[in-house]
Design a protein around this ligand. Structure first.
Ligand code: ATP
Ligand code: MG
Length: 1078
């Protein structure tokens, strides 16, 4: 929608007229006024048909934004206000869509804005053509080649702060889709004289200032340069700094651009080294030195600079030094070496600097071309952009201006050829009625310069090649002879002396009346510059450099390739390259941008009428409009025209059977296009007004939309119909499937109902039958039962008498048996564990089984005890026997007993055999020792205890001293009468001896032992086994003990716990010994 509201024609909101073709009245004043009016309203672009006039605004306008690019993209040329983007878009689209190679020819004088225009065209094309990483890289490289070439090839002149000092033609190559593939740049003659000398108010090439301002201290040091401009003779000082130009920032831009374009680091380094070397060459100075032959020879004043140059470039210092002092001339086999005087040395130095720089520049172009070269071999479409130095008129015009202006003449010529002449000729060719329009054809000037026999360039070459003394003056003389009569050539010395009185024309000058004005050329330097002579010694010295770039720049220095033929002169080289360029341009569809400079002050908002008028005149713009107006804006061969518009007429659509021309006639008649708007040529139709073409285009667009609608309509109808048919077919299928399904369902339902009814009836019938049968069966059974009962009654009645007698007992026994059986089976399941100490026993189920139950428990216990015992070894058996014996003797009799149950009976508490202390004792006793233990012997006198070793052997009881092991008493077992002890919890016991026995003399022993129960038991058992008599063990709390003659009563009383658990023994009187047991 936004687009719809936007402009649809350049006529909308137009300031003045956007297209000069519409200018009324058409004369110079109205032309200039129109331009001025538009310029004042910031409209810097105006059309003459398809030619764009561009006026340099000298300030940045907001008309190049990305939004503007979008606005102009894919729009008709006349749809929007005139703009360089419209022309770029038109060119790009016809390249992409109509496969026509294009060239954009940008002309105008120096400072008119050609370079800027070329960049705008390139950036527009870059913005609208294809996208993608690879394509973007190509675009970026193409765009970034500009800053590099501008740094090395542009300089500030009095006319332009960024004047192109070389011609540039760039072919941008595209693939069939319109995506950029790469490009090729051609450069034309760099103004190299600027390297060594600049006119007042001008500068050397930008790069010198950029390096000195922008390079880091380190880098400068590396290049052996100093930041100070005034140190260098080659840098004009009066305008070293240009307003609004930041050389340092530009240097960074250039380095960055070089990197993007693809320069390797070492290449960039080499380039700057060469630039530094050129700059330093200017500082080499010479002084005369007299020689023996009276001639002066030049010598270098200060060799320091030379040394640094040689270090920088890797040239042998002596070689270079010699090359500045001598010149070797080779003629056939001879080599002659002559010395150079100071002037010649300076000449040689400057020639070297110029050559070095211009060759570096050409190398840069080649290197950039290598980077931006299209990678594929597919067919390419080409858009050429020509930005050549503009027409120049300086105070002093030299060979360079002559060449530059010649180039501009040629461009004007091609413009005339393609627009004015070609156009008019075409009308004649096509037989169109035509009134010829006068215009100035500059072919005559071109001829003056380039004619192979009489042209100025040919004269110059002839002069340069001529043997004998050749000077600029001899050249001028020659010109005077040959060109004197040419109406565009003027000189003071010309034969007819037409200009003898013209004081404005000095003697050493000639003047050419160019299409853009008269230019006076100083003849001085023409011969030299055309010769472009570099002494062979110098080129050989350069070739010997170890610096690979410099070596590559001077291939002719290679002694192996010595070529005695003169190289082509600068003029003839240039002429040849211009001719190639013209040929190239003629194969392409031209698009013109004619740049106009509004003032000489590089100022914004200033429109100098006279200056503009002058440019309009020499550019022939007015003639251009006239031709355009008199002629036809558009032409096209009949076939493509009919093909394009045939849909606008019934007769021609869709096919026209007759000749194309007749078809177009029918078409135009049908469309009622006014007759004055078109003419029929022999092979083409000519349309006078662009508006007619637009009308046709609009109609076509409308018709295409209608056709599209028709196609869409038919397609939609077809689509709907097909869809409908498909749906109908589907519907029938679905309906039939559904009906089938519904019928199936209905049938299933009826069927299942029938089955249900049927089954109910069958069920009812079956049940009825079953009932009858059951009834019948019951009747039968009843009859049987009745019969059986009856039989039973009969039998019982018969047998009653045999049954009654034993029935009760039998039933009882049977029941009992069953119960017992059940009891045992239950018991089997509930049996307790086999552990003898397990007290569990299942509960008794029946009272009458009480005794059986207990008996069973007892038997089970005995059985499991037996089982348990069966596991014992003989030794265990012995121990348990002893323990059993102890139990029988002391259980429930002596309070000490329960504590002893858990203690194992060890017998030999003292290890008599092992302890060496008891060796004597061991030796004395040769029987097996049953007990060996320390006991306390109670003193009979005071009841005090003394330790004794108590030994029990098979036959004896022994008491021995504990310390010495001496046997104190020995009692055979047969002499022991009895053993007494208390019922209490003490270890006292008395061993009573038989009266009259051998040991009885000393009396009974009253002893106390910690293992009383064990001792007594073992004593008892040993005695029994030895004497076959039971030892009497008396347990009483009072007993008598025989002490020698006396009998003393030992009485056990309940004592206090004063001394802990140890019983105390006290002699009370002669007859009583009291033992207090706690
Ligand atoms: N469209 C523009 N918008 C703003 N400024 C412009 C425009 N065109 C040109 N200029 C200004 O004019 C100056 C000169 O333009 P440019 O270098 O393009 O001239 P030229 O025709 O290439 O001159 P020469 O023949 O000397 O190379 C530019 O540096 C710029 O400042
Ligand atoms: Mg330029």
């Amino acid at each position: 929608m936004a687009k719809m509201e936007a402009k649809t024609s350049l006529l909308d909101n137009m300031i003045g007229v956007g297209d000069m073709v519409l200018l009324e009245p058409l004369d110079e004043d109205s032309f200039i006024n129109n331009l001025k009016k538009r310029f004042d309203h910031n409209e810097v672009y105006t059309y003459i048909g398809s030619v764009v006039i561009s006026i340099n605004p000298y300030r940045s306008l907001p008309i190049y934004s990305p939004e503007k690019v979008e606005e102009y993209r894919n729009r008709n040329f006349y749809e929007l206000s005139p703009h360089i983007f419209a022309l770029s878009d038109e060119a790009y689209r016809s390249l992409r869509d109509q496969d026509k190679d294009q060239c954009i020819l940008i002309t105008g004088e120096s400072g008119a804005g050609k370079t800027e225009a070329s960049k705008l065209v390139m950036s527009y094309v870059a913005a609208v053509c294809g996208k993608g990483a690879e394509v973007n890289q190509v675009k970026e490289q193409l765009l970034q080649s500009n800053p590099v070439l501008e740094a090395f090839g542009n300089a500030k002149t009095v006319r332009n702060d960024n004047s192109s000092r070389f011609g540039k033609y760039m072919d941008i190559e595209f693939d069939f889709k319109g995506d950029p593939l790469g490009g090729v740049i051609s450069n034309y003659l760099l103004e190299k004289s600027r390297v060594v000398k600049q006119p007042r108010g001008e500068r050397n090439f930008h790069i010198f200032y950029q390096i000195l301002s922008g390079a880091s201290e380190d880098f400068l040091c590396e290049l052996k340069l100093e930041r100070d401009f005034s140190r260098y003779n080659y840098l004009g000082l009066d305008s070293a700094h240009v307003n609004g130009v930041d050389d340092a920032a530009n240097f960074r831009t250039v380095r960055n651009a070089m990197q993007i374009v693809g320069f390797m680091d070492h290449e960039t380094q080499s380039v700057f080294e060469v630039v530094a070397a050129v700059l330093k060459l200017g500082n080499i100075e010479f002084k005369p030195e007299s020689r023996v032959n009276g001639l002066d020879e030049s010598k270098i004043k200060d060799k320091n600079e030379l040394k640094e140059i040689c270090e920088l470039t890797g040239i042998d210092q002596s070689v270079l030094e010699r090359a500045f002092s001598f010149r070797t001339v080779e003629a056939k086999q001879e080599k002659v070496s002559t010395t150079l005087n100071v002037a010649q040395a300076y000449y040689a130095r400057d020639a070297l600097a110029k050559n070095l720089y211009s060759r570096l520049f050409s190398w840069l172009v080649t290197r950039i071309n290598e980077s931006i070269k299209a990678q594929t071999k597919v067919r390419k479409k080409v858009m050429g952009v020509l930005d050549i130095y503009g027409f120049e008129i300086f105070e002093d015009n030299s060979f360079e201006q002559f060449i530059i202006n010649y180039c501009n003449e040629k461009l004007q010529q091609i413009f005339i050829e393609l627009t004015l002449k070609e156009e008019q000729e075409e009308y004649i060719r096509e037989g169109i009625e035509w009134t010829h329009i006068e215009y100035f054809n500059n072919a005559i000037i071109c001829d003056l310069i380039e004619n192979n026999q009489t042209g100025i360039l040919a004269m110059l070459d002839e002069e340069c090649l001529r043997p004998g003394t050749v000077t600029d003056e001899t050249f001028l003389e020659k010109l005077n002879q040959v060109c004197a009569t040419h109406q565009h050539f003027e000189s003071r010395m010309s034969k007819c002396s037409r200009f003898l009185n013209d004081t404005s024309l000095p003697h050493s000058c000639f003047r050419i009346q160019h299409y853009a004005g008269k230019v006076m050329y100083q003849v001085e330097g023409f011969v030299d510059k055309n010769n472009d002579l570099l002494y062979r010694d110098l080129s050989q010295a350069m070739w010997k450099a170890s610096h690979s770039l410099i070596k590559a720049l001077f291939p002719e220095g290679n002694p192996a390739k010595i070529n005695l033929k003169r190289p082509p002169t600068a003029g003839s080289q240039f002429k040849a390259s211009v001719a190639t360029l013209m040929k190239n341009l003629q194969t392409k569809n031209p698009n013109y941008i004619r740049c106009i400079k509004p003032n000489d002050k590089k100022a914004a908002h200033v429109f100098n009428d006279a200056l503009v008028c002058h440019q309009i005149r020499y550019l022939g713009l007015l003639e251009n409009v006239r031709v355009r107006r008199a002629g036809y804006a558009f032409r096209q061969a009949y076939e493509p025209c009919l093909e394009r518009y045939k849909m606008l007429c019934r007769q021609t659509w869709p096919h026209w059977r007759g000749a194309a021309r007749a078809g177009v006639e029918v078409l135009f008649n049908e469309l009622e296009i006014p007759e004055e708007e078109f003419s029929f040529g022999r092979s083409k139709i000519f349309i006078r007004n662009p508006r007619t073409l637009f009308k046709l285009e609009d109609l076509r667009k409308q018709r295409l939309e209608d056709l599209a609608t028709l196609i869409e309509k038919i397609y939609r109808g077809w689509k709907c119909r097909t869809r409908f048919l498909l749906m109908k077919k589907s519907q029938i299928v679905i309906a039939s499937w559904y009906r089938r399904y519904a019928q199936q369902k209905k049938y299933q339902k009826t069927k299942s109902s029938a089955v249900t009814v049927q089954s109910y009836i069958r069920g009812w019938k079956a049940r009825k039958l079953l009932r009858e049968l059951k009834h019948q069966k019951r009747c039968n059974e009843a009859a049987t039962i009745i019969a059986a009962y009856w039989h039973g009654t009969q039998v019982r009645r018969e047998y009653r008498k045999f049954f009654r007698a034993n029935a009760g007992r039998k039933i009882y026994e049977f029941t009992l048996q069953r119960i017992m059986q059940k009891y045992f089976l239950e018991m089997k399941k509930k049996m307790p564990s086999l552990s003898p100490i397990d007290k569990n026993w299942p509960a008794r189920p029946y009272l009458f089984l009480d005794s059986t139950h207990k008996e069973l428990k007892r038997i089970f216990h005995l059985w499991r005890c037996k089982k348990y015992r069966d596991q014992f070894t003989d030794q265990q058996k012995l121990i348990y026997e002893e323990k059993l014996e102890a139990s029988e003797l002391f259980k429930d009799k002596k309070a000490l007993y329960p504590a002893s149950v858990g203690q194992p009976f060890q017998g030999a508490y003292l290890e008599i055999g092992k302890n060496p202390k008891y060796k004597k004792l061991k030796d004395a006793v040769d029987e097996k020792i049953i007990i060996a233990e320390v006991v306390n012997k109670i003193n009979r006198a005071n009841g005090k205890a003394t330790s004794r070793i108590f030994l029990l052997t098979k036959n004896n009881v022994l008491l021995a001293d504990q310390k010495s092991g001496n046997i104190k008493s020995e009692v055979p077992l047969g002499d022991v009468a009895k053993v007494s002890m208390s019922s209490q919890n003490d270890g006292f016991f008395a061993v009573h001896l038989k009266e009259g026995s051998g040991a009885a003399g000393k009396g009974d022993f009253l002893l106390s032992s910690d293992h009383l129960i064990e001792m007594a038991t073992k004593l008892y058992r040993t005695t029994l086994s030895q004497t076959k008599q039971k030892l009497n063990i008396e347990i009483a709390d009072e007993f008598l003990v025989q002490f020698r003659q006396d009998k003393v009563c030992v009485k056990f009383i309940q004592g206090s716990q004063k001394n802990g658990n140890i019983p105390t023994c006290k002699r009370k009187n002669n007859r009583l010994l009291e033992v207090a047991v706690p």
